[in-house]
Design a protein around this ligand. Structure first.
Ligand SMILES: O=C(O)CCC(=O)C(=O)O
Ligand SMILES: [Fe+2]
Length: 313
């Protein structure tokens, strides 16, 4: 498989008029967003509200976080699988990541900060909170555009009220002699949506529907917006999550950030506007966190499409 031309991911700009709901620019950007998500499950986004200063500040915080001793970092635990500290896993030895739950709330970020720095770290706390809130705003713009395009605004409004944000701060150490550069195995995210931001070292690769792997070059003002499995459940399969992996090619360590959305305490349900005789509902209403727990069972892990295995019709 594979096409002759090197494929690239569509890039969509979020700035000025594109960010004003109802404007002509907003409408045309919405079309681009939906087309990219339907075709690739993701797209690259530039975001004018995000400054170079913020980019530098959040990665400086990331370095400071990973410099803490492992016995401190492992205290970052969660009731939800893969929401807390993950590191030294035999299948992905380069990967290390921590998770800040409820990252757009001061309480969420404070709880994480106080756990890792009992004597406080205001700069980390303020930077992580500001980062999460800015990127969450981009997520909400994208989701508003998707819901308007599909005519499912009211369904989105209720999901928005139940959205929680997980910020994962990730580091891939450089491969040692004889080690391959696999950073993360190919996967789809179990989130509703994910927004990735890379430091200057690339490594993220997205699989197209034709089977090609596209690399996404990092830039301080750009993000990768990608649909997770739960978004497929909501859109009745119109938007499929993108398969992606991380390969570390050079000999530099790599930092990245992922802001993941999850829906808490509200079942995700295919809106009736997306169901008709030709498009029967493909998924039963499902609880997002129960789905994540299912994914981490043997049955969930070995399934080709865990969401269909969990709640497919
Ligand atoms: O590090 C990256 O660029 C991607 C991370 C990722 O795919 C994940 O955490 O699910
Ligand atoms: Fe991922």
């Amino acid at each position: 498989m594979g096409s002759l031309v090197n494929p690239t991911l569509p890039t969509i700009h979020f700035s000025g008029k594109n960010l004003e709901p109802g404007s002509t620019a907003w409408m045309s950007t919405s079309k681009d967003v939906v087309r990219a998500l339907e075709d690739y499950g993701c797209f690259a986004a530039t975001y004018s509200k995000f400054s170079l200063g913020m980019h530098k500040a959040i990665f400086r915080c990331s370095e400071e976080l990973f410099d803490l001793p492992t016995n401190v970092k492992v205290q970052n635990t969660s009731d939800t699988p893969s929401h807390g500290y993950v590191g030294q896993e035999p299948i992905i030895p380069l990967y290390e990541g921590l998770g800040i739950e409820n990252a757009t709330t001061r309480e969420g970020v404070k709880k994480f900060t106080n756990l890792l720095w009992p004597s406080g770290n205001d700069r980390f706390c303020e930077t992580a909170l500001e980062y999460s809130r800015l990127v969450a705003e981009l997520d909400q713009v994208v989701m508003r555009m998707v819901s308007e395009s599909y005519g499912i605004e009211s369904s989105y409004e209720s999901l928005l009220g139940a959205t929680s944000y997980l910020l994962r701060i990730i580091k891939y150490r450089k491969p040692e002699k004889g080690e391959n550069g696999l950073g993360i195995v190919p996967h789809t995210d179990k989130s509703f949506m994910t927004i990735i931001h890379q430091c200057q070292v690339n490594g993220l690769e997205i699989k197209t529907k034709d089977g090609d792997w596209i690399t996404v070059d990092p830039s301080p003002s750009s993000f990768i917006v990608m649909a997770g499995d739960a978004c497929m459940g909501w859109t009745n399969g119109r938007i499929e999550p993108s398969i992606h992996r991380v390969i570390i090619k050079g000999s530099e360590e790599r930092y990245s950030l992922g802001l993941f959305t999850f829906i808490r305490d509200l079942k995700i349900q295919v809106p009736e506007e997306l169901v008709d005789d030709h498009h029967p509902a493909q998924f039963k209403p499902f609880d997002h966190y129960k789905f994540i727990h299912f994914y981490y069972t043997e049955e969930g892990r070995k399934s080709n499409c865990p969401l269909r295995a969990y709640c497919g019709v």
